[in-house]
Write a protein that binds this ligand. Structure first.
Ligand code: PSU
Ligand code: MN
Length: 308
């Protein structure tokens, strides 16, 4: 396995010394946000994680090699290039064997994080069951990896480009806890709240870490969704944003956008329709998630150490 994976020296050292590490996905860089905001985002996210006393590990595939922890140059390449693949589980082996470069989605990032022993992962929003999935069958691979990889994913919930109730049902079937961080409802990405309750509300990083420790100590396989609402001052009124999302969804249907192109198309159209407002909120919620993920990673390490 090591033949295909190159871990950054800082990340190797942190893992060896049992220091907290937070994984980051790269699809959000290459396909989720435009340049140069995406580049600023990674730099800021990595700085936030370091300030909290954890080590960031951005994951991607470059020239057929799985990288855990990227250099500034590598991040820049992903941020600028238009030719980067979007890599979910089914694309990993192809990308490696054909020496391709690609950005990893939540699903691929979880798989790789688990391979190298990283327990906490920060992102913007998870993929889920798409609207009209009963016709299209479009259900993100993210949900399967949440079901099987022992990694906690800190996100601002799932955005209304998806079908939130169906996403929650699916997670229930797969045995994935949806934990609201200081919230009773599933945050809807750009908005702090939705009308759908989370499974459990927890008030602090320590309680989340304790749940992770209990789950995995018992051999209960799979991840959890830590749903962290966007800070109040950046939350967008749900009626307004949902109108824009509806328009973007109609355009996607009209242009016959399908499969892996759907999420990037919707994100970029919503950004245009909101004149950049959605991107501003997206950036802020990612920072907020990075901070909580670092805190959870730190607390989780304490549990591991105290229970050795
Ligand atoms: N949500 C966001 N921004 C993103 C994504 C989700 O707010 O960039 C990306 C993540 O990488 C996620 C992927 O894993 O989209 C889901 O894509 P799909 O719906 O094709 O599974
Ligand atoms: Mn899909």
């Amino acid at each position: 396995m090591r033949k295909y994976i190159k871990i950054h020296p800082d990340v190797i050292k942190a893992l060896d010394e049992n220091r907290p590490v937070v994984a980051l996905e790269s699809t959000i860089i290459a396909h989720g946000m435009p340049y140069p905001e995406n580049l600023d985002m990674v730099n800021r996210v990595e700085a936030i994680i370091e300030d909290e006393g954890a080590i960031p590990a951005t994951i991607a595939i470059m020239d057929g090699e799985i990288l855990v922890g990227l250099t500034k140059e590598q991040v820049e390449l992903l941020a600028k290039s238009n030719e980067v693949m979007k890599i979910s589980k089914r694309d990993i082996a192809y990308a490696i064997s054909q020496k391709k470069t690609g950005a990893t989605t939540v699903s691929a990032t979880m798989l790789i994080a688990e391979m190298v022993g990283i327990k906490v992962f920060a992102t913007g929003g998870i993929g889920g069951v798409h609207r009209f999935a009963e016709q299209t069958f479009d259900i993100s691979r993210d949900l399967e990896e949440l079901a099987s990889c022992n990694v906690a994913v800190v996100s601002a919930g799932a955005k209304a480009i998806l079908d939130l109730p169906k996403t929650l049902e699916y997670l229930e079937t797969k045995g994935v806890e949806v934990i609201g961080y200081q919230t009773d409802t599933l945050p809807a990405f750009y908005t702090r709240e939705s009308s759908y309750p989370v499974d459990y509300r927890l008030e602090n990083a320590k309680s989340i870490a304790e749940l992770m420790h209990a789950k995995w100590s018992l051999g209960l396989k799979g991840g959890l969704v830590v749903a962290n609402p966007i800070p109040e001052q950046f939350s967008i009124a749900s009626k307004w944003i949902n109108e824009k999302i509806e328009s973007a969804l109609q355009e996607a249907t009209a242009h016959d956008i399908k499969g892996k192109d759907t999420t990037p198309f919707l994100l970029s159209r919503v950004k245009e329709l909101t004149k950049g407002e959605s991107l501003k909120s997206n950036l802020e919620l990612v920072y907020n998630n990075a901070r909580l993920a670092a805190q959870v990673a730190k607390e989780y390490m304490m549990f591991e150490k105290n229970n050795e």
